[in-house]
Design a protein around this ligand. Structure first.
Ligand code: SF4
Length: 217
Protein backbone atom coordinates (compact mmCIF):
# COMPACT_ATOMS: atom_id res chain seq x y z
CA UNK A 1 0.00 0.00 0.00
CA UNK A 2 1.45 3.39 -0.93
CA UNK A 3 1.65 6.35 1.44
CA UNK A 4 -1.35 8.17 -0.09
CA UNK A 5 -3.57 5.15 0.45
CA UNK A 6 -2.31 4.70 3.97
CA UNK A 7 -3.01 8.35 4.73
CA UNK A 8 -6.53 8.29 3.30
CA UNK A 9 -7.44 5.12 5.19
CA UNK A 10 -6.05 6.65 8.38
CA UNK A 11 -8.10 9.77 7.69
CA UNK A 12 -11.24 7.69 7.25
CA UNK A 13 -10.53 5.87 10.48
CA UNK A 14 -9.88 9.15 12.32
CA UNK A 15 -13.21 10.52 11.02
CA UNK A 16 -15.11 7.41 12.09
CA UNK A 17 -13.47 7.59 15.52
CA UNK A 18 -14.51 11.23 15.82
CA UNK A 19 -18.12 10.48 14.79
CA UNK A 20 -18.40 7.74 17.40
CA UNK A 21 -16.81 9.85 20.13
CA UNK A 22 -19.16 12.75 19.37
CA UNK A 23 -22.08 10.37 19.73
CA UNK A 24 -20.72 8.89 22.97
CA UNK A 25 -19.71 12.23 24.52
CA UNK A 26 -22.15 14.77 23.06
CA UNK A 27 -21.69 17.45 25.70
CA UNK A 28 -18.07 18.13 26.47
CA UNK A 29 -16.19 21.09 27.79
CA UNK A 30 -12.83 22.00 29.19
CA UNK A 31 -12.84 20.60 32.73
CA UNK A 32 -10.70 23.38 34.19
CA UNK A 33 -12.64 26.13 36.00
CA UNK A 34 -11.94 29.70 34.89
CA UNK A 35 -13.68 32.98 34.20
CA UNK A 36 -11.22 34.78 31.93
CA UNK A 37 -8.58 33.85 29.31
CA UNK A 38 -5.84 34.76 31.82
CA UNK A 39 -7.34 32.40 34.38
CA UNK A 40 -7.58 29.64 31.78
CA UNK A 41 -3.94 30.18 30.84
CA UNK A 42 -2.89 29.95 34.50
CA UNK A 43 -5.08 26.89 35.17
CA UNK A 44 -3.66 25.15 32.10
CA UNK A 45 -0.11 25.90 33.20
CA UNK A 46 -0.94 24.40 36.60
CA UNK A 47 -2.40 21.28 34.98
CA UNK A 48 1.01 20.08 33.74
CA UNK A 49 1.71 16.75 35.49
CA UNK A 50 -1.43 17.27 37.58
CA UNK A 51 -5.13 16.41 37.36
CA UNK A 52 -7.74 19.01 36.45
CA UNK A 53 -9.58 18.15 39.68
CA UNK A 54 -6.55 19.08 41.74
CA UNK A 55 -6.09 22.31 39.78
CA UNK A 56 -9.75 23.17 40.37
CA UNK A 57 -9.20 22.78 44.11
CA UNK A 58 -6.33 25.26 44.01
CA UNK A 59 -7.57 27.98 41.67
CA UNK A 60 -10.48 29.42 43.72
CA UNK A 61 -8.11 30.70 46.42
CA UNK A 62 -5.48 31.65 43.84
CA UNK A 63 -7.88 33.70 41.70
CA UNK A 64 -9.58 35.25 44.73
CA UNK A 65 -6.19 36.60 45.80
CA UNK A 66 -4.79 37.32 42.30
CA UNK A 67 -7.69 37.63 39.84
CA UNK A 68 -5.92 38.95 36.73
CA UNK A 69 -2.59 39.34 34.93
CA UNK A 70 -1.67 42.58 36.69
CA UNK A 71 -2.27 41.07 40.13
CA UNK A 72 -0.35 37.88 39.29
CA UNK A 73 2.49 39.94 37.78
CA UNK A 74 2.96 41.69 41.12
CA UNK A 75 2.57 38.59 43.28
CA UNK A 76 5.23 37.74 45.82
CA UNK A 77 6.83 34.51 44.62
CA UNK A 78 6.73 32.74 48.01
CA UNK A 79 3.00 33.39 48.40
CA UNK A 80 2.34 32.20 44.85
CA UNK A 81 4.35 29.02 45.49
CA UNK A 82 2.32 28.31 48.61
CA UNK A 83 -0.97 28.76 46.77
CA UNK A 84 -0.03 26.37 43.92
CA UNK A 85 2.11 23.96 45.92
CA UNK A 86 -0.23 20.95 45.80
CA UNK A 87 -0.20 20.89 41.97
CA UNK A 88 3.44 19.74 41.98
CA UNK A 89 6.51 21.38 40.40
CA UNK A 90 5.24 24.45 42.21
CA UNK A 91 8.45 26.49 42.14
CA UNK A 92 8.69 26.37 38.35
CA UNK A 93 4.96 26.84 37.92
CA UNK A 94 4.86 29.90 40.20
CA UNK A 95 7.87 31.45 38.45
CA UNK A 96 6.43 30.84 34.99
CA UNK A 97 2.94 32.06 35.90
CA UNK A 98 4.32 35.29 37.29
CA UNK A 99 6.67 35.69 34.31
CA UNK A 100 3.90 35.04 31.79
CA UNK A 101 1.55 37.46 33.55
CA UNK A 102 4.25 40.14 33.68
CA UNK A 103 4.69 39.83 29.92
CA UNK A 104 0.91 39.89 29.38
CA UNK A 105 0.53 42.96 31.62
CA UNK A 106 3.45 44.83 30.05
CA UNK A 107 3.16 43.89 26.37
CA UNK A 108 -0.47 42.98 25.83
CA UNK A 109 -2.46 45.32 28.08
CA UNK A 110 -3.33 42.52 30.45
CA UNK A 111 -5.02 40.42 27.73
CA UNK A 112 -3.83 36.97 26.64
CA UNK A 113 -2.66 37.31 23.02
CA UNK A 114 -4.69 35.50 20.35
CA UNK A 115 -1.76 34.40 18.24
CA UNK A 116 0.19 31.18 18.67
CA UNK A 117 3.61 32.72 18.08
CA UNK A 118 2.99 35.38 20.74
CA UNK A 119 1.71 32.83 23.24
CA UNK A 120 4.79 30.69 22.71
CA UNK A 121 6.98 33.62 23.78
CA UNK A 122 5.47 33.55 27.28
CA UNK A 123 7.52 31.73 29.93
CA UNK A 124 6.34 28.17 30.50
CA UNK A 125 3.88 28.19 27.59
CA UNK A 126 4.28 25.42 25.01
CA UNK A 127 1.94 24.42 22.19
CA UNK A 128 -0.35 22.35 24.42
CA UNK A 129 -1.16 25.26 26.69
CA UNK A 130 -1.42 27.67 23.76
CA UNK A 131 -3.84 25.36 21.91
CA UNK A 132 -6.07 24.95 24.97
CA UNK A 133 -6.28 28.70 25.52
CA UNK A 134 -6.82 29.62 21.87
CA UNK A 135 -9.55 27.01 21.39
CA UNK A 136 -11.43 27.37 24.67
CA UNK A 137 -11.04 31.07 25.44
CA UNK A 138 -11.19 32.42 21.89
CA UNK A 139 -12.68 29.65 19.72
CA UNK A 140 -9.56 29.59 17.53
CA UNK A 141 -8.39 26.19 16.24
CA UNK A 142 -4.72 26.74 15.50
CA UNK A 143 -3.52 23.28 16.44
CA UNK A 144 -4.43 20.02 18.13
CA UNK A 145 -4.00 19.94 21.89
CA UNK A 146 -1.78 16.96 22.73
CA UNK A 147 -1.82 16.06 26.40
CA UNK A 148 -0.99 12.70 27.93
CA UNK A 149 -4.41 11.19 27.01
CA UNK A 150 -4.38 12.44 23.41
CA UNK A 151 -0.85 11.15 22.94
CA UNK A 152 -1.61 7.72 24.42
CA UNK A 153 -4.90 7.17 22.58
CA UNK A 154 -3.70 8.48 19.22
CA UNK A 155 -0.81 6.05 19.43
CA UNK A 156 -2.94 3.10 20.49
CA UNK A 157 -5.39 3.90 17.72
CA UNK A 158 -2.54 3.69 15.21
CA UNK A 159 -2.79 7.33 14.09
CA UNK A 160 0.74 8.23 15.05
CA UNK A 161 3.93 6.42 15.89
CA UNK A 162 5.46 9.47 17.53
CA UNK A 163 5.96 10.18 21.22
CA UNK A 164 7.02 13.79 21.03
CA UNK A 165 3.82 15.90 21.42
CA UNK A 166 4.80 18.32 18.64
CA UNK A 167 5.27 15.41 16.21
CA UNK A 168 2.02 13.76 17.38
CA UNK A 169 0.25 17.05 16.73
CA UNK A 170 1.78 17.26 13.25
CA UNK A 171 0.40 13.78 12.43
CA UNK A 172 -3.07 14.57 13.80
CA UNK A 173 -3.30 17.85 11.91
CA UNK A 174 -3.05 15.84 8.67
CA UNK A 175 -5.81 13.44 9.71
CA UNK A 176 -8.46 15.50 11.48
CA UNK A 177 -10.43 18.38 9.85
CA UNK A 178 -9.37 21.74 11.28
CA UNK A 179 -12.83 22.61 12.60
CA UNK A 180 -12.64 19.45 14.73
CA UNK A 181 -9.15 19.83 16.14
CA UNK A 182 -10.34 20.78 19.62
CA UNK A 183 -13.28 18.36 19.39
CA UNK A 184 -10.78 15.61 18.76
CA UNK A 185 -8.63 16.38 21.77
CA UNK A 186 -11.36 16.99 24.29
CA UNK A 187 -13.27 13.82 23.37
CA UNK A 188 -10.13 11.71 23.38
CA UNK A 189 -9.42 13.06 26.86
CA UNK A 190 -12.93 12.04 27.99
CA UNK A 191 -12.47 8.58 26.47
CA UNK A 192 -8.99 8.24 27.98
CA UNK A 193 -10.34 8.98 31.44
CA UNK A 194 -13.42 6.75 31.11
CA UNK A 195 -12.26 3.71 29.10
CA UNK A 196 -8.82 3.79 27.50
CA UNK A 197 -6.96 4.26 30.75
CA UNK A 198 -3.19 4.40 30.90
CA UNK A 199 -2.63 1.18 32.86
CA UNK A 200 -5.68 -0.91 32.07
CA UNK A 201 -7.56 0.02 28.91
CA UNK A 202 -11.04 -1.49 29.01
CA UNK A 203 -11.06 -2.73 25.42
CA UNK A 204 -13.95 -5.13 26.07
CA UNK A 205 -16.36 -2.21 26.45
CA UNK A 206 -14.69 0.22 24.05
CA UNK A 207 -16.75 1.61 21.17
CA UNK A 208 -13.56 1.98 19.12
CA UNK A 209 -12.33 -1.61 19.48
CA UNK A 210 -13.00 -2.61 15.86
CA UNK A 211 -11.01 0.41 14.66
CA UNK A 212 -8.13 0.02 17.09
CA UNK A 213 -4.96 -1.94 16.33
CA UNK A 214 -4.18 -2.08 20.05
CA UNK A 215 -7.54 -3.61 21.07
CA UNK A 216 -7.12 -6.49 23.49
CA UNK A 217 -10.40 -8.31 23.36
S1 SF4 B 1 -9.79 -0.66 21.99
FE1 SF4 B 1 -8.61 -0.57 23.89
S2 SF4 B 1 -6.65 0.37 23.35
FE2 SF4 B 1 -8.10 0.77 21.66
S3 SF4 B 1 -9.01 2.77 22.15
FE3 SF4 B 1 -10.36 1.23 23.03
S4 SF4 B 1 -9.69 0.93 25.14
FE4 SF4 B 1 -8.03 2.01 24.02
Amino acid sequence: MNITHKLSSKKQRALEILIRLKREYPQVCCTLNYETPVQLLVATMLSAQCTDDRVNQVTPALFARFPDAEALAGAELGELETLVRSTGFYRNKAKNIRGACRAIAEKFNGEVPKRMELLLELPGVARKTANVVLANAYGINQGVTVDTHVKRLSKRLGLTEQSDPVKVERDLIRLVPQEDWENWSIRLIYHGRAVCKARQPECGRCLLADLCPAAEI
